[in-house]
Design a protein around this ligand. Structure first.
Ligand SMILES: [Zn+2]
Length: 407
């Protein structure tokens, strides 16, 4: 009995030693494994709604995790708050767990304040960069005592150009809403519950500067927050308006870029979605978020040709409205539904209204203004597009839109 007890004690000690050594030497491996490995899918449904925030241009993507957590990536242009709020109501989203601002351009943040004033947002994530030309106001903004949908009565006239004012309004809405603010940094992961995980891939530092931009490039776009969404075997890449320079920088890093679905960068501008990047991402599906009245030449034919050569299935918000992806996280198990059927070939790009192949020729945000209100029909083909600029220019003059580049 005594010998048996003694033997048993030695065995226990040996097992404890082995476990201790495994924990000591294996902890880094285990931590790294947990850091890189998405949690197992719960089997519940993950939804991704690429909202139709046209007709000018813009991005707004609503993610609802199997656990019911909601993420909004970008918020479209000013005046698009209703589209987003309607979607939140439609999908029974009571609050946004995360709002991710990919970059400070008005077609991504224009309606952020409209959304934040009407919906509780718990966390706001952006790249920490202000748009070029923006300076913080000298006097701190008075916080609103009560959030309401009504416009502030005694708001002092803001002399900042409208192209910068959207950012001011975004910052105000973040501080007034009381959301936790976090800077997007590569490697950060956000657990959306039920097995869904959002990982930040870019921007990495040092940030791209204006001087580093190649012809046609734009540094706020190049420094876009890039994120990937994982849920079991399902994955989606959300690159904001990242440029080819961003893509090539990501290719040099040890990043998992391969995804089932690619939200095509920069509304399928010719300045993004390089062939070598596509070869690494290997998407089965590409989704272009752009407006049917955009005058930037989005989607660019050259990019659509690259996507076609890569063998992807293509969806476009300008032709099909809101695009919804649902999945339970099993391999190749995702469904895609569109709000309407495309009335023209999705593989046919749009022509820009201005040659932007040199810096002097940049297409400026607001160059063409909004679509005229007295025009009910939508452009059906390129001929229609060619007939519109006069109206756009008139609207532009009336509204005194400020110049901006390459939104
Ligand atoms: Zn954009």
């Amino acid at each position: 009995m005594g010998r048996a007890t003694k033997g048993c004690g030695c065995a226990v000690a040996l097992v404890a030693l082995v476990i201790g050594a495994a924990v000591y030497f294996g902890k880094d491996f285990a931590i790294n494994w947990w850091k890189t490995k998405p949690p197992p899918p719960s089997g519940g449904e993950l939804q991704v709604h690429v909202l139709d925030v046209g007709p000018i241009n813009g991005d707004s993507i609503l993610i609802i995790s199997p656990a019911g957590k909601a993420v909004l990536v970008d918020a479209g242009d000013a005046g698009k708050g209703k589209v987003i709020l309607d979607a939140l109501k439609r999908y029974n989203v009571q609050q946004l767990d995360y709002f991710i601002a990919t970059h400070p351009h008005p077609d991504h943040l224009g309606a952020a304040d409209e959304v934040m004033k009407a919906t509780k947002v718990l966390n706001v994530i952006d790249n920490g960069l202000a748009p070029p030309g923006w300076e913080p106001t000298a006097a701190p903004t008075q916080p609103a005592k009560v959030l309401s949908n009504k416009k502030p009565v005694a708001k002092k006239p803001d002399k900042k150009p409208s192209i910068i004012r959207f950012y001011e309004e975004y910052k105000e809405a973040v501080s007034q809403g009381g959301a936790h603010y976090e800077k997007a940094e590569p490697g950060k992961k956000f657990d959306l519950g039920g097995g869904a995980l959002l990982t930040i891939l870019a921007p990495s530092q040092p940030f791209f500067t204006k001087e580093q931009m190649k012809t046609g490039g734009n540094e706020p776009n190049a420094n876009s927050v890039v994120a990937r969404l994982d849920y079991g075997d399902f994955s989606m890449l959300l690159p904001g308006d990242a440029e080819q320079q961003t893509e090539h920088r990501m290719l040099t890093k040890d990043l998992n870029l391969q995804t089932d679905i690619l939200k095509v960068s920069h509304h399928s501008s010719k300045y993004a979605t390089a062939t070598d990047f596509l070869e690494r991402v290997k998407p089965a599906v590409a989704i272009v978020s752009c407006g049917e009245w955009n005058r930037y030449g989005h989607p660019a034919q050259v990019v659509l040709d690259r996507l076609k050569a890569a063998g992807v299935k293509l969806y476009r918000t300008d032709l099909q409205g809101e695009i919804t992806i649902t999945t339970r996280g099993k391999e190749n198990d995702y469904r895609i539904a569109t709000a309407k059927e495309a009335k023209r070939d999705v593989w046919e790009g749009r022509l820009p209204q201005k040659d932007d192949s040199t810096r002097a020729g940049f297409i400026a945000y607001g160059d063409f203004g909004p679509p005229p209100k007295n025009v009910n029909r939508q452009p059906r083909d390129r001929e229609d597009q060619r007939t519109c600029p006069a109206n756009f220019q008139r609207a532009n003059t009336l509204r005194n839109w400020q110049l901006w580049r390459n939104v």
